[in-house]
Write a protein that binds this ligand. Structure first.
Ligand code: EPU
Length: 351
């Protein structure tokens, strides 16, 4: 196993932020992952799992423990069944399934990060979530001290949430299994209005897989959501906040605030979220609270392409980023009474 001491973590994150790790291990096989986790647990050493680093905010002081980079590889396609090692680059795996003519995860192309991270927050975009195609997750269970296989139901997937996020220190994902669909070169049903419009299909209709790939990549790029090392506007963790889900009372109170502030004819984005609850848009709330695209004058600013992405303009520290995030949370709360929750995992710091 590859081992470094006082190793900088910033280059392993898409924000390019955060201090060093006392020890950095890189595991290239499942056995190495399990051995490293066991050793940390046996010695009471704090452990930080690093996948693609695209959803990680590491404090400027770094991590006083063992950071374990998951660099396992494995892409096995048998019929419509796909098994990915946790360390596989997610968007590359998606591209391969599209090339193989299979539908089910094509709308998730262009999402940064590793395959193993996708079940943790039930990664989703453009009308697809991995919960719709994941059949099983093989993980090392630090409580039982053994490798276990979780079914889709065991994963308890909901919007950007799962059993893995519920118990953040319990599971280390090793493999993710999917069942995709052979629709003769066509995509799954296109559920997202914006993609359906761009593709020229009715919502719920299907399109050529490769056209979906190109459309999603173009939409993502337009929102600054495709990583480009040369473009600081993409030095982000994608969406920094989850979209708030409000119960009927909270939603009613929120609509009153919208009316007071923006007038009776303004309607916020609203999507039914089950049990009488409503999901609204964090990007919209941020925008309407006065934090428009490009907001900020320091080294951490809101993306010029999407209000939901906070970006490091090159010289930011984690504290700069957190100061901006706190300003946004406070501003949205005072404007609309809604408290935004961060989507990326924070290490050694909090909002
Ligand atoms: N909007 C604004 N200002 C902006 C951008 C958007 O007011 O600068 C408003 C618009 O009204 C727009 C609405 O926000 O209609 C929603 O925007 P968008 O369609 O871009 O979706 P989102 O809610 O911002 C979510 C996911 C993304 C995913 C896209 C596409 C979350 C937190 N974000 O973004 O996922 O790619 O939908 O499906 O669920 C991620 O989780 O990291 C992520 C990028």
């Amino acid at each position: 196993m590859h081992e470094l001491h006082d190793a900088p973590l910033a280059p392993l994150t898409t924000f390019r932020l955060g201090g060093p790790a006392r020890r950095l291990l890189t595991a290239t096989t499942d056995d190495e992952v399990v051995a490293a986790v066991r050793q940390a647990d046996d010695t009471g050493t704090p452990l930080l799992i690093v996948g693609g680093g695209s959803n990680l905010v590491i404090g400027d002081k770094g991590f006083d423990g063992t950071a374990l980079r998951i660099a396992t590889t494995g892409f096995e396609l048998t019929g419509t069944r796909l098994e990915l090692a946790a360390g596989e680059v997610w968007t590359d795996a998606v591209t391969r399934t599209i090339a193989a003519g299979l539908a089910g995860i094509e709308c998730l192309v262009g999402i940064p990060g590793s395959a193993g991270a996708t079940p943790i927050q039930n990664v989703g975009a453009y009308g697809q979530e991995v919960s719709a195609t994941v059949t099983e997750v093989v993980a090392y269970d630090r409580r039982l001290r053994e490798t276990v296989t979780l079914t889709n139901a065991d994963c308890a997937f909901t919007y950007r949430h799962s059993v893995f996020k519920e118990h953040p220190d319990r599971y280390v994902v090793l493999r993710v299994r999917f069942d995709l669909e052979d629709a003769g070169g066509l995509s799954g049903p296109i559920k997202y209005a914006e993609t359906a419009r761009t593709l020229g299909v009715e919502p719920g209709g299907r399109a050529e897989l490769d056209a979906v790939r190109r459309t999603v990549l173009a939409l993502r790029a337009g929102k600054g959501m495709v990583l480009d090392p040369d473009d600081h506007d993409t030095w982000s963790a994608g969406s920094f906040f989850t979209n708030p889900i409000l119960d009927a009372d909270a939603y009613g109170a929120f609509l009153d605030r919208v009316r007071e502030r923006l007038g009776a004819d303004v309607a916020p984005p609203a999507y039914p979220a089950g049990d009488g609850r409503t999901k609204t848009s964090a990007a919209w709330l941020i925008d309407k609270a006065g934090f428009t695209k490009g907001y900020g004058s320091g080294p951490a600013r809101i993306s010029t392409k999407h209000t939901l992405a906070l970006t490091n303009r090159g010289e930011a520290t984690t504290e700069d980023l957190l100061a901006l995030a706190r300003e946004v949370v406070a501003g949205v709360r005072s404007a609309f009474g809604v408290t935004l929750v961060n989507e990326p995992v924070t290490v050694g710091v909090s909002l």
